[in-house]
Design a protein. Structure first.
Length: 277
C-alpha cells in the first residue's frame, strides 16, 4: 500500500548538506513511496517532518483510528499516557466517541503502529513492564490546539459538521463559538497539501460536513450521483421521504450521541472524584 501520494520535495533540503542519501534541490519523489528501500526511503528517514509537510498522508482506517485514539488519550487522560498495547486496543475499540465502532485485535493494532512509526507519526517507548506508544503529530505538523482537537475528532468519527465538531471536540479544547471552529478548519484546509475538505451538503441538512484528507477517504462520493442507484440511507424509497422526516431522524441520532457522551463524562467525573474520597 502506498504511504504517500507523490509531491515535489522542498528545495531547502539541499541546504542540509551533501552526503549519502541527501536529496538534491527540486528533486521529485516517485508517485508511490515505500520504506522497503530506494532513494525515496532514504530521504524519508533523514527528513521525516519535512516530507510529511510536502506530501499527502494515506492512512488506512485502522491507522487513522490508532492515531486518533493516541491523540485523544494524551489530552483527556494524560495520567495514563503513553499507552500500552492493551490500553491502546481498548481505546480503539471503545463504543463512545467512535464511528464506526471497531473490534480490532492486537495484531491489527501492531501492524498499524508499525506503519505509523515508519512515517514518524508514532513512537514506541520501552518501559520496565511493557512497551508503550505515543503519537508525534505535533512534531510533524506543528498544529495549534484547536486544530489538534478537530483532527482528532475527524480521525475518530469521520466526516462531521462544524456544529458537531464544536460539541464533540470541546472535551479536548473549548471552542467559544462556531467561528472559532471554522477558523481552525480553514487553517487545516489551507495547508499544503490540505488536511481537511468540505463535503457536498446532504439532503435535509443545513450544514456541510468536513472530512480529513489524511486517509483513504473519497469526499466526492459522499453523496451518490443522481440516478446511480446508490442511496446514503439505504434504498430508493429513502429519497422519496419528506426532507423534514430525514432532518428529524438526523436530530434524533445526534441526541442519542450526545446522551452517550454525557454518560461517558459522568463516568470520568465519578472516577476523578474517587481520587479525593
Amino acid at each position: 500500500m502506498p504511504l504517500f501520494r507523490g509531491r515535489r520535495v522542498l528545495d531547502s533540503y539541499a541546504t542540509l548538506g551533501p552526503g549519502p542519501g541527501a536529496a538534491p534541490a527540486g528533486a521529485v519523489l516517485p508517485q508511490k513511496v515505500t520504506l522497503a528501500g530506494g532513494t525515496g526511503a532514504i530521504w524519508w528517514r533523514q527528513f521525516p517532518s519535512a516530507i510529511i509537510e510536502a506530501m499527502q498522508l494515506t492512512l488506512s482506517p485502522v491507522e487513522a483510528r490508532v492515531l486518533g485514539a493516541l491523540i485523544e488519550k494524551e489530552i483527556t487522560t494524560p495520567e495514563y499516557y503513553p499507552l500500552s498495547l492493551n490500553a491502546l486496543t481498548n481505546a480503539c475499540n471503545q463504543k463512545s466517541n467512535r464511528e464506526p465502532a471497531m473490534q480490532l485485535g492486537e495484531d491489527e493494532i501492531r501492524r498499524a503502529l508499525l506503519h505509523l512509526e515508519s512515517q514518524s507519526l508514532v513512537r514506541s517507548i520501552a518501559e520496565s513492564r511493557a512497551t508503550k506508544f505515543e503519537h508525534r503529530l505535533q512534531e510533524a505538523f506543528n498544529f495549534y490546539r484547536p486544530e489538534v482537537a478537530i483532527v482528532c475528532e475527524l480521525l475518530l468519527r469521520g466526516p462531521q459538521t462544524p456544529g458537531e465538531l464544536r460539541t464533540r471536540a470541546s472535551r479536548m479544547h473549548p471552542f467559544e463559538d462556531l467561528a472559532s471552529v471554522h477558523s481552525a478548519l480553514d487553517r487545516l484546509a489551507k495547508r499544503e497539501p490540505p488536511l481537511v475538505a468540505v463535503l457536498p451538503r446532504q439532503p435535509g441538512t443545513k450544514e456541510a460536513r468536513y472530512a480529513h484528507l489524511m486517509g483513504e477517504t473519497r469526499p466526492a462520493r459522499e453523496i451518490p450521483e443522481p440516478g446511480g442507484g446508490e442511496e446514503m440511507h439505504g434504498g430508493p424509497e429513502e429519497a422519496q421521504r419528506p426532507r423534514e422526516t430525514v432532518h428529524v431522524e438526523s436530530l434524533a441520532r445526534e441526541v442519542a450521541r450526545l446522551r452517550e457522551e454525557i454518560s461517558e463524562l459522568r463516568a470520568q467525573f465519578a472516577t476523578f472524584r474517587k481520587q479525593f474520597e
